[in-house]
Design a protein. Structure first.
Length: 199
């Protein structure tokens, strides 16, 4: 007979994901055991397995939810901001907010994705490529003369992600600059240079 779910099942799963993300971000995936996760969650290993089948399942759910959250923001920006510059600004602001409040999950996405089984890894990578395509299409609309060269547009897009993806290594969300201010500065720096590029 299947074990019934508690009314707090989803909240407990979310808490496990958050606490495990902190462990993976600090120690790495390989160096973190199910026992470490259970201890961080103040749980037994058997109780932990009620919520996730394995350490891999925790990682897969964590990364899928994180990327899906970013994609949801992309779709909302696509619907609500027809002007490409406004859409770009809104998306970068959204990304930086997510990075600020989910920095551990973002670190895990950047450093632990290769530990996923092949099918799960390809699913997350496909979603990441979709994120890249969203940004690439926006900046191609901002500079349609450059957009004629899709290789350059892809390079410019990856340069942009290179600028924002690694802010977790130095940015402190509770510091002197808010995530909104950081996003505005990133947008101004990128677009200032991008608009000045020769065709």
């Amino acid at each position: 007979m299947a074990r019934t779910r508690s009314k707090d099942f989803d909240n407990i799963r979310a808490s496990i994901l958050d606490k495990t993300a902190a462990l993976f971000a600090e120690r790495g995936y390989a160096a973190t055991s199910i026992g470490d996760i259970a201890e961080a969650c103040e749980s037994s290993k058997s109780r932990l397995y009620h919520y996730f089948d394995s350490k891999e399942a925790i990682l897969s759910q964590m990364l899928t939810e994180h990327v899906d959250r970013l994609l949801k923001g992309c779709h909302e920006a696509l619907s609500n901001y027809p002007d490409p510059v406004e859409r770009f600004r809104e998306l970068v602001t959204f990304f930086m907010k997510i990075y600020a409040v989910s920095s551990n999950k973002h670190v895990v996405l950047l450093t632990c994705i290769h530990f996923l089984p092949d099918q799960a890894r390809e699913t997350v990578l496909r979603k990441e490529r979709e994120l890249v395509t969203f940004i690439r299409d926006i900046i191609m609309r901002i500079r349609p003369d450059i957009a004629r060269n899709r290789d350059l547009s892809h390079i410019d897009t990856m340069l942009f992600f290179g600028m924002i993806n690694w802010t977790y290594t130095w940015y402190e969300a509770d510091g002197d600059i808010s995530s909104d201010e950081l996003a505005a500065r990133a947008v101004d720096l990128f677009l200032g240079g991008y608009r000045a590029l020769p065709a």
